[in-house]
Design a protein. Structure first.
Length: 279
């Protein structure tokens, strides 16, 4: 592989640290966002392109060999996802014939594209059942638009629930003295935000990437087990089981991320780090 010239579309909570990590690792990388550079805490060695991804031209893109699409919608509605994930993917697809240097397009999707909801195991070979959420259907359409246009140059990363030192919803719930009852067996999956940054950087720069990555740790957990454990850690009462919700729901994801890429290979390691950081 020649030295990659990488474009990161989106400089949010994940895109920005990906750009910075690649720059610090010595890669030629450009972060793209709509606001001016000084809105983003980019390292000096990273390049910056102020642009709207929906109006990018062949001229702006033709020097890049690798592009990553790491976007969040302006609003968390079906139209918000349509105007970001899908619209950007479709726009890039129209430019495909003219991007002679392009070797790889990495799209950050979501494990929400799997409609399975009976506690099933899912791996990289499992076909998604149609998801209930319209937003997830839109994300799946965006994947397909890129795959149809870019073929095997398109690499999909589907992260599970992202958590981290600044993403504390479960910890906040554990600290509540009065808790709502919890489903007996609702399966959940997660990935530490810093591990996701590493995964994306590695997928962009590895010699021979897989076509699809399930960016999740190695240990699915029920929300009940997680709630009990976290409550114990913070010294609060554990949740009780909701007797009306006893059947298995959610899904269990079988990670295909190399273990060496993960600093937090299971949820307990991750939450211990978060709680230690808060102490």
């Amino acid at each position: 592989m020649n030295t990659p010239n990488i474009l990161i579309i989106g400089q949010g909570d994940i895109g920005l640290p990906v750009t910075n990590k690649l720059a610090q690792d010595g890669f030629s990388v450009t972060g793209l966002a709509r606001s001016e550079r000084d809105h983003y805490a980019l390292v000096d060695s990273a390049n910056f392109l102020q642009a709207d991804a929906l109006t990018l031209t062949t001229e702006q893109l033709q020097s890049f060999t690798h592009i990553a699409i790491i976007v969040t919608p302006d609003e968390y509605s079906t139209s918000g996802y349509h105007d970001s994930y899908l619209a950007i993917s479709q726009h890039l697809a129209t430019l495909t014939p003219n991007l002679a240097n392009l070797e790889r397009v990495v799209f950050i999707s979501s494990t929400g594209v799997y409609g399975q909801d009976n506690g099933e195991w899912i791996d990289e070979h499992t076909e998604p059942m149609t998801p209930e959420r319209d937003a997830s259907k839109v994300i799946l359409q965006a994947e397909q638009a890129l795959q149809q246009s870019f073929g095997d140059k398109a690499i999909i990363i589907r992260p599970s629930g992202i958590y981290g030192r600044e993403r504390l919803m479960r910890v906040r719930k554990a600290r509540e003295p009065q808790k709502e009852p919890v489903a007996a067996e609702h399966w959940s999956n997660r990935i530490m935000d810093r591990d996701l940054v590493t995964i994306i950087a590695n997928v962009l720069t590895t010699e021979t990437p897989k076509p699809l990555y399930l960016a999740t740790d190695y240990r699915p957990v029920t929300t009940f087990e997680l709630g009990v454990w976290l409550s114990e850690q913070v010294g609060e009462a554990a949740p009780t089981i909701d007797e009306k919700k006893t059947s298995a729901t959610g899904k269990r994801l079988h990670s295909n991320i190399p273990l060496a890429w993960l600093e937090y290979a299971d949820w307990q390691t991750g939450y211990r780090d978060i709680l230690d950081h808060q102490a």
